[in-house]
Design a protein. Structure first.
Length: 514
């Protein structure tokens, strides 16, 4: 541990309220008691920050109705003018960078630089979306008939329902919202019940941007609640796209419900990311890449490195260095600039971690580092846990499972084919990397018969993607893509247009009729 004393819950509550106030949110207006409350808590102490009134089913329906009404007009606003709203949002996010980062640290437990980094991602995606607002290009297609023009246009889709996870409480919202707004959609957001205050700040800043540019207030609606609230949103036929980020368990529940009403789904679910370390790897760089990806964010990123597949000639040396580096990681108060590992989201997450480690050891795994709980004397209801490294004899069932905690399983391989088979031998398909200086190996890993993930990297870790690329993964990760590249297409509908400007009526495929 860093030796720095943890802040107490009262101090954190005051800090959160001050940040919210600067973002234009009066916390008192949202607090409520009774059965339908959402508890705002902080993993720094495990203490409660506020009791918030949960959105009722009737309020959820009204929010969707309002978003739908607003969509009917918003879709006709020229895209560059919609971009002006997102531009203003980006300015406000920049001005309130520290406030948002405070809230991310308080509610999600991220260390300072990662919290600021997450806010930077929001600012970056706003920039990207503003540019996109002038680039929602369709195509003109070479048609087969004379005197005809064949083309496609992209139109706004409708209300986008966003469900988001606790571990990226602001970035995931902004990826969806900045892009959806320029695409002419409106958004109803059901954030994680673990990060409601952060959500209020985002909603407050967007409301200010809306007022500043004179956009309609109904472009964004926030719902506070847990699973049932999300289910109501998912089942509403006025919600054209459900963009859901979270566990595979959640995706299994959400996807069939959306499919049952022929709605569209964009799924960003769990990962079980691996790195292959080949004999030619630059070891200094590999150790840094591995430790950041595996222990950063206390192992609570969807792209966290969970499996290390190392060439057998290298394994002992590399593992020794990783274990040494893990021993040096300062753990503690995420507000302390010296800290690199903050708390897990809850003591339940620690229980899940301990169970997974016990299971790994039962199936022959050897715990080489970590798993100790720290600072329990200062914060008995929080979970500060040392990231763990476990050497596994084979890829057992627990290794194939995503445990949302800092556990790095180490496996060894002899041939690259074997490494790739191990790599792809899990149900999830989000992020992957190879550490090698051999171009043949690197290219093979990126080829059609290489990594089967949505993200495949060379000589960097599995986490920390830039917003310019499309983000998402295959298999149980759900197949969705968000953020950059052409991910915007998921938020629009495509119309294929054939215009006949001749006086003839030739039919396609040479069909004759009349
Ligand atoms: P979670 O699945 O518990 O919750 C995610 C969201 O879904 C929350 O808002 C929750 O209230 C809601 N929800 C849960 N069940 C629902 C249902 N049946 N109907 C409607 N809404 C429902 O996830 P979490 O614990 O907050 O986040 C961690 C998980 O998210 C990990 O598995 C992680 O890998 C994944 N994740 C994935 C990505 C990605 O982009 N692929 C990003 C971040 C997190």
């Amino acid at each position: 541990a860093t030796g720095h004393r943890l802040p107490d819950t009262d101090a954190l509550r005051a800090r959160a309220a001050a940040a919210l106030d600067r973002c234009g949110v009066d916390l008192d207006a949202y607090t409520g008691a009774g059965a339908d409350t959402v508890l705002a808590r902080t993993p720094l102490t495990g203490g409660t920050l506020a009791h918030l009134a949960a959105t009722t089913p009737e309020q959820t329906d009204a929010a969707v109705a309002e978003a739908h009404r607003t969509f009917m007009d918003w879709r006709t606003v020229p895209a560059p003018r919609r971009g002006a709203l997102v531009k203003r949002l980006g300015e406000l996010l920049t001005a309130h960078r520290e406030d948002l980062a405070d809230l991310v640290t308080i509610e999600a437990g991220k260390i300072r630089s990662e919290a600021l980094g997450e806010v930077q991602e929001m600012i970056d995606i706003c920039d990207f979306a503003v540019g996109l607002s002038r680039q929602l290009y369709g195509r003109t297609i070479a048609g087969e008939r004379p005197g005809h023009r064949l083309s496609e246009s992209w139109h706004p889709l409708g209300v986008v329902g966003v469900l988001s996870a606790f571990n990226f409480p602001v970035a995931v919202w902004s990826w969806n919202t900045a892009v959806a707004l320029v695409c002419g959609d409106t958004v109803v957001w059901k954030p994680s019940e673990l990060t409601p205050l952060t959500a209020l700040a985002c909603d407050g800043l967007l409301a200010r941007a809306v007022a500043d540019v004179g956009a309609p207030a109904g472009v964004h609606r926030l719902l506070l609640g847990a699973r049932e609230c999300g289910e109501r949103l998912v089942d509403d036929p006025r919600v054209a796209l459900v963009s859901a980020t979270g566990s595979v368990r959640m995706g299994r529940q959400v996807a069939p419900r959306v499919a049952a009403r022929f709605g569209r789904c964009l799924l960003e679910l769990g990962g079980n990311n691996a790195a292959v370390v080949a004999p030619s790897a630059d070891l200094d760089l590999t150790v840094r890449g591995v430790v950041f990806s595996a222990a950063g964010t206390a192992g609570q990123r969807c792209t966290t490195l969970r499996r290390l597949i190392v060439h057998e000639d290298l394994a002992d040396r590399l593992v020794e260095r990783i274990v040494h580096a893990y021993g040096q990681l300062p753990l503690g108060d995420p507000f302390d600039p010296a800290t690199l590992v903050g708390p897990l989201i809850s003591t339940a997450a620690h229980t899940a971690m301990s169970e997974a480690l016990a299971e790994a050891q039962r199936s022959g795994g050897k715990l080489l580092a970590g798993s100790e709980r720290c600072l329990a004397d200062q914060a008995p209801h929080a979970a500060y846990v040392r990231p763990a490294v476990v050497r596994m004899p084979e890829q057992t069932e627990i290794v194939r499972t995503e445990t949302f905690a800092p556990i790095l399983y180490v496996l060894t391989y002899r041939t690259l084919d074997e490494a790739i088979a191990l790599h792809n031998g899990v149900p999830q398909g989000l992020s992957s990397s190879i550490f090698t200086r051999d171009q043949r190996e690197a290219e093979r890993f990126l080829a059609a018969d290489g990594s089967d993930c949505g993200i495949a990297n060379v000589n960097i870790g599995t986490s920390g993607a830039e917003i310019g690329g499309a983000f998402g993964g295959e298999k149980e990760t759900g197949g969705g893509r968000e953020s950059g590249s052409d991910a915007w297409r998921a938020y629009m509908r495509r119309a294929t247009n054939t215009v006949n400007y001749s006086a003839e009526l030739p039919l396609a495929q040479g069909v004759s009729f009349l």
